[in-house]
Ligand binder design. Structure first.
Ligand code: HEM
Length: 440
């Protein structure tokens, strides 16, 4: 988030910190940090909840530690290499391609450990399927996003870009599988039954998500001169998301009653907030998937609004819900932090809305500019966007402050776990509730 705020400042003061940390470095520092926050969080959520689901420890803690070390060291190397100006990768994975190897090895360990812990796939609830498909598809799409290292793919620009953007679209779908699966597990846990995760509708929604993960990425390449059928299929598949949107609207009253019932739970609040962000993101995404609209929004801040709205409002909020579920009251009572939590929760949600709207506002102006036959110079257009950038920066700072208020009790709790009980150092209780809850 600190990198993000620095980037936001650079929107307003071009050339700020240029000598040491130019925007070319700050953007990958920010984007890789947030992407790895989501990936680390998703891995932790899946392995913690898997233990609670099976009622036993994971197959190999040692492998999990090796996986964590591989990822941890690689991410540090990636961030250091960006600071030193060493790149060599592609957008979103700007680091040197050699650093992708330990990530692949770590992910293979994750897959192996997951399969060994699950044992049999018979009679499993929807979230186990979501975790498994998420892990497999992430590996597949991550490898696919590196096909450009082979000259066969790199030599053909259109083919290369098509595969590149296909892999990114599906990769996000894969980590969403890990997170949505974990949030379904958490909802079942809060409700104390597994009715939903074995229901037909849960599996219908799962297959809709999987179908979209595999085939809806075409909106990333509408502007590329590639095969028309790819675009037609993906347009049609994207529109199946209307079914999910319709369902959210149809069930909004039920969701509201549910929300009122559980709102006192810290973890539940994030799930409720993520629900609202799923709705907002889906509306924007469906609009952006219509080719006639995509031609305007492509390459504007509307895309950034979509990405950040989804990664903060959905991914990060689900991860915070899970973090509060797993860590709350484990080494320290969270009661004294309730006020702080409330402030943080509302501050980050309201800031995120303003943040998101300011990006959409900037995007609309830019979309209008890039479609004009005789546009004003780029610099003049960027000056017109300044009011939106000011709003973006201010709301970005308040968003970060709100998030810090939320994270504080979690970090403090871990601090107490690790350091303060030095006399009889208590082991951190990462997996406190191992009991299997009943299937009604
Ligand atoms: C948990 C919090 C955050 C997450 C998950 C997140 C996520 C992201 C992602 C995924 C992108 C890439 C967008 C794209 O390529 O379309 C991005 C870009 C960016 N973010 Fe954030 N972000 C967070 C917080 C912030 C904050 C607090 C600020 C402060 C202003 C910020 C400022 C930026 C900027 C300036 C960019 C570059 C946009 C560009 O390339 O023009 N972010 N962020």
């Amino acid at each position: 988030m600190v990198w993000g705020v620095t980037g936001g400042l650079q929107y307003l003061v071009p050339g700020f910190l240029k000598q040491y940390l130019s925007f070319e470095k700050v953007r990958p520092l920010h984007v890789s940090s947030v992407v790895f926050w989501i990936i680390f969080g998703a891995m932790g959520a899946v392995m913690s909840y898997l233990q609670q689901h099976t009622g036993k420890k994971i197959y190999s803690c040692l492998l999990f530690r090796i996986q964590f070390l591989l990822f941890g060291i690689t991410v540090i190397l990636i961030l250091v290499s960006y600071c030193a100006g060493i790149f060599g990768g592609r957008e979103y994975w700007e680091f040197h391609p050699l650093l992708a190897l330990p990530i692949v090895v770590g992910w293979l360990l994750f897959l192996f450990n997951f399969l060994k812990t699950v044992g049999s796939l018979r009679q499993q609830p929807v979230y186990v399927w979501m975790w498994l498909t998420g892990i497999v598809f992430f590996l597949f799409t991550f490898l696919e996003s590196y096909l450009w290292v082979f000259p066969y793919f790199r030599m053909h620009v259109v083919k290369d870009m098509t595969i590149q953007w296909k892999s990114y679209g599906s990769m996000v779908g894969s980590w969403n599988m890990l997170l949505y699966g974990s949030s379904i597990f958490l909802m079942d846990k809060i409700n104390q039954h597994k009715k939903y995760s074995f229901s037909t509708i849960a599996f219908v929604l799962y297959f809709t998500g999987l179908f979209n993960l595999m085939f809806n990425w075409g909106h990333h390449i509408y502007t590329l001169p590639t095969h028309a059928y790819v675009k037609h299929i993906s347009y049609a598949v994207s529109m199946t998301e209307l079914f999910i949107l319709g369902r959210i609207i149809y069930l909004w009253k039920v969701s509201l009653t549910e929300a009122k019932k559980h709102f006192f739970r810290l973890s539940y609040r994030f799930l409720a907030a993520a629900d609202v962000w799923v709705f907002l993101t889906l509306v924007l995404a469906i609009f952006m998937s219509i080719p006639g609209i995509n031609v305007y929004t492509h390459g504007t801040h509307i895309t950034v609004a979509h990405t950040m709205g989804a990664t903060i409002g959905i991914n990060s909020f689900i991860l915070l819900a899970i973090a509060f579920d797993i860590l709350s009251d484990t080494c320290q009572s969270f009661e004294p932090f309730k006020k702080l939590f409330n402030r943080g929760f509302w501050l980050s949600n309201i800031s995120l809305l303003v943040f998101w709207l300011s990006l959409i506002g900037a995007g609309l102006l830019k979309a209008n500019w890039q479609m004009q036959t005789d546009p004003v110079p780029f610099q003049t257009m960027m000056l017109q966007l300044r009011p939106f950038f000011i709003l973006f920066l201010i709301s970005g700072i308040t968003l970060m402050s709100g998030m810090f208020l939320l994270i504080y009790p979690l970090v403090r709790n871990q601090w107490v776990c690790y350091f303060q009980q030095s006399g009889d150092r208590q082991k951190p209780q990462h997996f406190p509730r191992m009991s299997r809850f009943s299937i009604e």
